[in-house]
Design a protein around this ligand. Structure first.
Ligand SMILES: Cc1ncc(COP(=O)(O)O)c(C=O)c1O
Length: 441
């Protein structure tokens, strides 16, 4: 292995056990299609599309060249009170993929920014309609909506919230939808649990509908272990929101761009929200780009309701629609289209499901669930050491040449949509051998 010509200490790594990592680093130096190359030259099969984002596979020439061309043509242009062609073209492509009626896009750079933007749009929209008292936001337990103050407030992961004070003041949470007794081992949508959406009625009654702005959920809660919505659950949420005039936001930062077998999970599930947040897959992870697709009526309430010449929505980022990001998005979306990658994900899903459920009976596995090209394999925690077993399995997998993701003791798989059937077998087969070797620990 070539010696490292850089120190490890200055960089404070995100969502990482820094001391543990720096004692035994895992460094990736390049990537191509389905594989990473580690610094010791080993090929690592990417079972997680990076961080759920590299849906088209790594270093695809079409995307790389588009970014290179753009960097040499227009590296940056101011985005407030100015425009460049790429952001309008990318917006049209994204809305072209979105469910009918959602045809305006606001760009941001990360999923966290997209979520905070969507929450602000909800508040701004109600205010513009003369309903400014609607300011309660409802999220869900075990929801992950990034790390902004808005996102952690509506999010439901205690570790991400506990250190940061009282957060947004007017927030409530639905219960999550996973019950190990009633919907373990489900393939696709579990049959049990639609009634959990009725909790929204209880929360609405508590706060009074006239005070509630929006409900935000991930259609599939991915980061906390692939929690698939029970059959009928999202439909019920939609109906309750309609009944009380609440905006429904789907956070599709992970589920967007093919992961569920369609452009958005909203289409796969047949439930249309009022806003969709997206990020990651829109550029296949190459350049940060994110955003919110909104119903035209929301845009019109905020924009058309304001006086001529004033900035209607006082929000935006220096890089909201950066030229490199929108060039990457244009090339990525064209690639998805040409290679029919969303269809491919849908077509591969049954083989993926069969493979991951083949791990039933492997040591320590207490649940397996899947949807589209996402799967969660839940392991029994070591007594008194939650997360330790999952982390150990993740490390062993990396040593054996596959990239997995671990959330506590849940191993998540979400490969690029270009994965082959043989690579699915290799991925799941390697995970199975790691689990079998872990028997007794
Ligand atoms: C559903 C969801 N929302 C928001 C985010 C935050 O995205 P980012 O890390 O780009 O801020 C994530 C990240 O995984 C996510 O899964």
């Amino acid at each position: 292995m070539p010696p490292r010509d850089y120190p490890l200490d200055p960089f404070w790594m995100p969502f990482t056990a820094n001391r543990q990592f720096k004692a035994a680093p895992r460094i990736l130096v390049s990537a191509k299609d389905m594989h990473y190359i580690a610094e010791d030259g080993r090929r690592i099969l990417d079972g997680t599309a990076g961080l759920w984002c590299v849906n088209a596979g790594h270093c695809r020439p079409r995307i790389v060249e588009a970014i290179q061309r753009q960097a040499a043509t227009l590296d940056y242009s101011p985005l407030f009170q100015m425009g460049h062609p790429g952001e309008f073209r990318a917006a049209a492509l994204v809305t072209g993929l979105a469910p009918e009626g959602l045809d305006r896009v606001f760009f941001a750079n990360s999923g966290s920014e997209a979520v905070d933007t969507a929450l602000k749009i909800a508040l701004a929209c109600h205010r513009a309609r003369g309903d400014g008292h609607r300011n309660v936001l409802i999220g869900r337990e075990r929801g992950y909506h990034g790390v902004g103050f808005g996102g952690i407030s509506v999010g439901g992961i205690p570790a991400n919230r506990k250190a940061y004070g009282s957060l947004l003041p007017r927030v409530d949470h639905l219960p999550h939808t996973h019950d190990p007794e009633r919907n373990a081992w489900s393939r696709g949508q579990p049959a049990w649990g639609a009634h959990l959406a009725d909790e929204l009625e209880r929360i609405v009654a508590l706060h009074d509908p006239s005070n509630i702005a929006a409900v935000i959920v991930e259609p599939v809660a991915c980061s906390t272990g692939v929690l698939v919505p029970p059959r009928g659950y999202l439909e019920k949420l939609r109906a309750i929101c309609d009944r009380h005039g609440l905006l429904l936001i789907f956070d599709e930062v992970i589920t967007g761009f093919g992961r569920s077998g369609a452009a958005f999970a909203a289409q796969t599930f047949g439930v249309t929200p009022d806003m969709i947040t997206f990020a990651k897959g829109v550029t296949s992870g190459t350049v940060p780009l994110a955003g919110v697709v909104v119903r035209r009526g929301i845009y019109e309430a905020v924009v058309d309701g304001a006086a001529e010449g004033v900035v209607e929505f006082a929000h935006g980022y220096t890089y909201s629609g950066h030229p490199l990001a929108t060039a990457a998005a244009e090339a990525t979306l064209a690639l998805y289209h040409e290679e029919r990658l969303f269809d491919r994900a849908r077509e591969l899903a049954p083989a993926f499901e069969e493979a991951v459920h083949g791990l039933k009976g492997a040591p320590h596995v207490i649940d397996i669930r899947n949807f589209g090209l996402m799967a969660g394999i839940e392991l029994e925690p070591l007594p008194g050491k939650p997360g330790a077993r999952g982390y150990r399995v993740f490390l062993k997998c990396f040593e054996k040449g596959i990239m997995t993701r671990v959330a506590g003791d849940i191993i998540a798989l979400s490969p690029p949509l270009i994965i082959s059937k043989q690579q699915i077998d290799e991925l799941v087969g390697t995970l199975g051998s790691v689990l079998r070797e872990s028997r007794g620990n």
